[in-house]
Design a protein around this ligand. Structure first.
Ligand code: IPE
Length: 252
């Protein structure tokens, strides 16, 4: 473990000064979860609560943490499941985005396992249940296909933002969605053309990471997924194994 970085030291000072009482109480409580802090090569270097990690004041000093972005596709037709974030979310409220995003937590030993990206796959299954009510048996950790990791920074508003190493995971599964309305206000399955139409619609806004991933990777990978259909016509995320050199960390 590296010595405490200046970014972490500075973050601890800012942490004390931000009051969450004007925000949704449950989302405020979730800000106590402890994210895994990483350096620019994605080496774990410590932990800090979610609030500390998402304050722009800390991000601007270099504080960086680990995250995941999960994309669920329906096996029968290859449509992607999107969610719209709830108005209660403290960061990026009301925006449309991929199926589920969150963080592997330092609070759970198994979410810190780096081998084969097991920790982020476990965290992804946990959060798909928390946010979309998808039973965990419908999202087995072995069924997730890891694609790559991206390092990006994006402000939400003046106070909050994201600065993460984000693991991109695809999953093909038939899922039962029971939305947690404190997390998501809507959900929708889309094909590629429907998603393009949504992107053109001025009444719809999207998270910055979803726009980035869509612009750089999503449509190409989605094409491959559809091309690699099985004999029964269904798509399988595991068919993308080896498509991308997942050892690289892509800086965006
Ligand atoms: C942006 C990424 C990739 C992780 C953060 O996602 P969220 O903001 O949705 O995380 P939670 O608050 O739901 O844990």
């Amino acid at each position: 473990m590296a010595s405490v970085s200046p970014a972490i030291q500075a973050a601890n000072a800012v942490f004390a000064s931000i009051d969450l009482s004007d925000y949704d109480a449950e989302q405020g409580r979730l800000m106590q979860e402890r994210c895994i802090l990483v350096d620019e090569e994605d080496n774990a270097i410590g932990a800090a609560d979610k609030k500390t990690c998402h304050l722009m004041e800390n991000i601007n000093k270099g504080l960086l943490h680990r995250a995941f972005s999960a994309f669920i596709f329906r096996p029968s037709d290859g449509k992607l499941l999107l969610q719209q974030r709830a108005s209660e979310k403290i960061t990026f409220p009301d925006l449309w985005t991929n199926t589920c995003c969150s963080h592997p937590l330092d609070d759970f030993q198994d979410e810190k396992i780096e081998k084969d990206q097991l920790g982020v796959r476990i965290a992804s299954s946990r959060k798909l249940e928390h946010e979309l009510g998808i039973p965990r048996e419908q999202t087995p950790v072995d069924a997730f296909q890891y694609l790559t990791r991206i390092h990006y920074l994006a402000p939400s508003n003046g106070t909050w933002g994201e600065h993460e190493v984000d693991y991109i995971l695809f999953l093909t599964a038939d899922v039962t969605v029971t939305p947690n309305l404190n997390e998501i206000k809507a959900y929708k399955y889309v094909d590629k053309a429907e998603l393009q139409t949504m992107f053109q619609d001025p009444t719809k806004a999207f998270t910055p990471w979803f726009k980035l991933i869509a612009r750089e990777f999503l449509f190409g990978w989605w094409d491959e997924l559809l091309k690699r259909k099985g004999p029964d016509g269904s798509v399988c995320a595991k068919s993308l194994d080896g498509l991308v050199d997942g050892t690289k960390l892509v800086k965006m």
